[in-house]
Ligand binder design. Structure first.
Ligand code: PEP
Length: 242
């Protein structure tokens, strides 16, 4: 199965309605429909409006998180079905900021991934080691455990995407070296069932200046982009590199 590159933007807790001009600007940049899939995950308040703003462009919209249950007494949470209903196609689950700020365990991430698939969304399951893990040579153990715990059994390559995001490279301006990224992506592919078909994104301070080198690596099937996805110009430049 061919692995179509995916360039995904994670706006995190950024963006008011005046950010929606992003989609026309991205389309005007010529970066759309060039053989790679483009996805933007705005804050939940903008998902429906972003779907509307992106409707005539070939740009997908996703959520940044979902609850594991489809409905219930969970004040402030959003279910996968709600994201789907708003027009989303994807949802990020297990981002390191959720794992750290909200105590999300692999079990919780796995349940969210299952809920996402059940609602018709594709989950982007995030994994990645801390700096301490890497400095003590435990990065493969940590990522291997996260993969084993976070990917639901029965999931095949078409059901999910993995994002490898070393925690120490997110929002810090530091990127992993090309060798480290290539080695970890090959390791991840070897660990997941039918790994040849699974799309594995790299995330961690991807920007126009480093995108070409990272996206050219074996086993890198795209990028999950935080800061550089907030401006159509830089997101477009990354997409063009892919
Ligand atoms: C992210 O939010 O997933 C991310 C990789 O952020 P940044 O690109 O800003 O490091």
């Amino acid at each position: 199965m061919p692995r179509t590159p995916l360039i995904a933007g994670n706006w995190k807790m950024h963006g008011l309605t005046d950010a929606l001009g992003f989609f026309d600007a991205l389309a005007a940049s010529g970066a759309v429909s060039r053989g790679c899939e483009l996805l933007v995950c705005p804050p939940a308040t903008l998902v429906a409006a972003a779907v509307h703003a992106a409707r005539s462009h070939d740009i997908r919209i996703g959520g940044q998180d979902c609850h594991a249950e489809s409905s219930g007494a969970h004040t402030g949470d959003i279910s996968a079905a709600m994201l789907r209903d708003a027009g989303a196609d994807y949802v990020i689950v297990g981002h390191s900021e959720r794992r750290a700020d909200h105590g999300e365990t692999d079990d919780i991430v796995r349940a969210k991934a299952e809920a996402a698939r059940g609602a018709g969304l594709t989950p982007i399951i995030c994994v990645g080691e801390t700096l301490a893990d890497r400095e003590s040579g435990q990065e493969e153990d940590v990522v291997g455990r996260q993969l084993a715990g976070s990917i639901p059994s029965g999931f095949g390559p078409a059901h999910y995407v993995i994002a490898y995001e070393p925690v120490w490279a997110i929002g810090t301006g530091r990127t992993a070296s090309a060798d480290d990224i290539a080695a970890m992506h090959a390791f991840i592919r070897s660990q997941v069932p039918d790994g040849e078909g699974v799309r594995i994104l790299y995330g961690g301070s991807v920007k126009p200046e480093n995108a070409r080198e990272i996206l050219a690596l074996d086993d890198v099937d795209g990028a999950l982009v935080g800061g550089a996805s907030l401006k159509a110009e830089s997101f477009a430049a990354i997409a063009v590199s892919a």
